[in-house]
Write a protein that binds this ligand. Structure first.
Ligand code: SF4
Length: 91
């Protein structure tokens, strides 16, 4: 029974850091630049990453995105592509 409960627990227990994220003051779509397609993607990614760089919870956010893993969007000033590269290097 205990092992079944462990499997059902959320991947992340503490989400409180998200309440301090700078992204809360911006439209959500800024942090999902891939949703608008390839044209202009790099510029949109850079815009989101610039906001993240001043965020007080950047490292918690990045750790979350790498560990969950989040496969869409800019989290902790990293794109999904960059996080996939980091995860591939950890194997
Ligand atoms: S690092 Fe970026 S995505 Fe993460 S909480 Fe801060 S502003 Fe939001």
């Amino acid at each position: 029974m205990t092992s079944a409960i462990r499997r059902l627990r959320p991947v992340v227990d503490d989400w409180s850091w998200q309440a301090r994220g700078k992204c809360l003051r911006w439209p959500t779509e800024i942090f999902f630049p891939e949703d608008l397609g390839r044209p202009g993607l790099r510029a949109r990614e850079q815009r989101a990453k610039q906001i993240c760089r001043d965020c007080p919870v950047l490292m918690q956010c990045r750790d979350h995105a790498l560990g969950t893993p989040e496969v869409h969007g800019v989290w902790g000033a990293t794109t999904a592509r960059e996080r996939a590269q980091v995860r591939a290097g950890q194997r």
